[in-house]
Design a binder for this molecule. Structure first.
Ligand SMILES: *Cc1c(COP(=O)(O)O)cnc(C)c1O
Length: 586
């Protein structure tokens, strides 16, 4: 409570996100978006920023994943002890949903940094005895239910969140909308600004005032990925917070598009990698969309062995990850030893979870993230005969993990396919799938494998962050040139690219063919020989990953850019097109 009291005396940044991944024990996240939000909170606390985060309680979590022997994903609600981990707040506010008044309460978790900085994370909760059972369930399942359920959740997050911050007495400098889910907060601000102008005879919808308050980060590079709600549903569930013609003007003619709403009511908008911002500008012409490339929290994602090494040779690295450019001061042998320790740790986990014993001296490839079609987790298996041939030139083994959204039948099917490939390859190439991917498994995997693989369908990977975690641990990236990797990859120096770069206009078939060829050729002729015959060079590449990737792709750098460019942003008075601004123009 005293943190909240103290923050009331300052202007804070209020960060709204549907999911925030703080701890394995607080399972209110599903994937990359939540992990980014968690790392954002961690860096904000380290940097002692006046910062408060708002999210949903998700009392039943996302889900716990179980895989049956035939590869079916079974989803279980997560039971977690809310009362033990979070502190209840006495405040309660009301939000109108389907014409009913729904009570929203809140819990807080104070994320504490070793620097003394603290960020309160507010979890909104509708499971109170005053609410109708249907309304109690609104904050139960992250991304659960149907369209209507999602809209209700977004009302609680956006509108309920603003009201809760008011009730707690926060004075907000900027509202940061982390992905469209939270965009309704801008409508609430619009209404609030209008209602506060009591002395005016004619009240106005002061859009500029709201824009000055809102920062929007978009994460979705495809039209279909943006939340959109039919207006019939909006009227039924949300009512008419603003006159309908105005709502249509702000959020689209045919339905309430959350991204459009956020774009129209935010004074600063950014994508999460340079390429993603470019794609977003093409998708939404007429808007100024800047670019702040994502990062990961260096201390969170550096394994114990590498932490020890960095502490010894690069003191201060966790507070100033840019110091990691000095990685060459660490002796090669110690880098290799640290990696071997983490690899052993991972292989023990694999054995414990699957019963399968994997060999420490075999090249180990990792692939873990949400299991969904565009991520193409089965890419490595597209030519099984070729894969087996490569195996005869050098051993390798593969570790998978990842959850498919309960309604993503294609994603679930991909898990089944991977398990069936694993079965068929059993005698030649060990392949395992770890159940129930989460923060801790992500840590083990991104530090314990040798190669981190990412094979998304371009341009669907807005940024991707797991490869940055790998780089912090000297694990080499081997990925499609999309998202952050376009900025991170120096071929043969920081890792390897799969397929053509940006701007080479070729047909989708030709691109796919080139991706496949690149993948198998580089695995066979570059990666395996380097790993087995040129360990010195391999270690050089590991150091490059740390020195040239981890030093930059971290959330400390990212937060500093949000502070200087988004939170303290002033609309441009004039602009010139030169190398100072070209970054933002793409
Ligand atoms: C980092 C992380 C992700 C994001 O992985 P991408 O490869 O960037 O999609 C997803 N889930 C968990 C648990 C993570 O730690």
């Amino acid at each position: 409570m005293d943190t909240i009291q103290k923050l009331k005396t300052e202007q804070v940044i209020a960060y709204f996100s549907m999911e925030i991944a703080l701890l394995r024990e607080i399972p209110t996240y599903s994937g990359g978006l939540g992990v980014l939000a968690g790392d954002t909170v961690r860096s904000a606390a380290d940097l002692s920023l006046p910062f408060v985060a708002v999210t949903l309680l998700s009392r039943r979590g996302y889900f716990r994943q179980e895989l049956t022997p035939d590869g079916q994903q079974v989803e279980h609600p997560v039971e977690w002890d809310v009362g033990k981990l979070l502190t209840p707040l006495p405040n309660s506010i009301q939000v109108e949903i389907e014409g009913r008044s729904v009570e929203v309460k809140a819990w807080v978790y104070h994320w504490k940094s070793v620097t003394g900085g603290v960020v309160p994370v507010i979890f909104l909760d509708t499971d109170t005895e005053n609410n109708h059972p249907e309304d109690q369930a609104i904050t139960h399942y992250l991304y659960g239910g149907d369209h209507k359920y999602r809209l209700k959740q977004e009302i609680i997050l956006g509108i309920g969140g603003v009201r809760m911050l008011r009730s707690l007495g926060f004075n907000v400098r900027k509202y940061h909308i982390n992905e469209g889910h939270a965009a309704l907060l801008s409508l609430e601000l619009l209404r609030e600004v209008r209602d506060s102008e009591k002395e005016h005879f004619e009240k106005i919808w002061d859009i500029q005032k709201v824009k000055n308050l809102c920062v929007f980060t978009t994460h979705t590079p495809v039209e279909a990925g943006h939340d959109q709600f039919p207006y019939d549903l909006v009227h039924e569930v949300l009512g008419n917070p603003v006159p309908f013609p105005l709502l249509q003007e702000l959020s689209g003619k045919d339905g309430l598009n959350m991204t459009r709403l956020a774009l129209n009511l935010s004074g600063y908008v950014n994508g999460v990698a340079k390429r993603h911002s470019e794609v977003s500008r093409n998708m939404f012409p007429g808007y100024t969309i800047y670019s702040i490339t994502n990062g990961v929290h260096s201390f969170q994602w550096t394994s114990p062995s590498f932490k020890q090494l960095f502490d010894k040779y690069i003191p201060g690295w966790a507070h100033e990850p840019e110091l990691l450019t000095r990685v060459d001061v660490i002796p090669d042998s110690e880098v290799w030893e640290a990696h071997r320790t983490e690899k052993r740790r991972l292989l023990e986990l694999v054995q414990q979870k699957t019963g399968q014993k994997m060999e420490e001296n075999v090249l180990t490839i990792g692939f873990a993230r949400r299991m969904t079609a565009y991520k193409r987790p089965h890419f490595i298996f597209c030519d099984i005969e070729r894969l087996k041939k490569i195996r005869n030139r050098g051993k390798f083994q593969i570790i998978f993990a990842g959850k498919a959204h309960p309604n993503d039948y294609e994603g679930k099917n991909l898990i089944r396919q991977i398990l069936s490939y694993a079965e068929n390859l059993r005698a030649e190439i060990p392949v395992v799938f770890l159940e129930d991917y989460d923060l801790e498994i992500a840590k083990s995997l991104t530090s314990g494998v040798d190669i981190w693989l990412n094979t998304p369908q371009k341009p669907m990977e807005a940024s991707g962050t797991s490869g940055m975690k790998a780089a912090h641990n000297g694990v080499l990236n081997f990925s499609i040139l999309d998202g952050w990797w376009i900025e991170g990859c120096i071929e043969g120096i920081t890792g390897w690219a799969i397929g053509p770069g940006v701007g080479k206009e070729i047909s989708p078939e030709a691109q796919y063919q080139q991706e496949i060829n690149d993948f198998y050729n580089k695995l066979e002729y570059i990666i395996l020989p380097t790993y087995y015959q040129q360990t010195d060079w391999w270690i050089k590449l590991m150091k490059n990953s740390i020195g040239k990737i981890a030093s930059y792709f971290n959330t400390h750098r990212m937060m500093k850019r949000y502070i200087t460019e988004a939170y303290f942003h002033q609309p441009a008075v004039f602009s010139i097109n030169n190398s100072l601004t070209s970054d933002k123009r793409g």
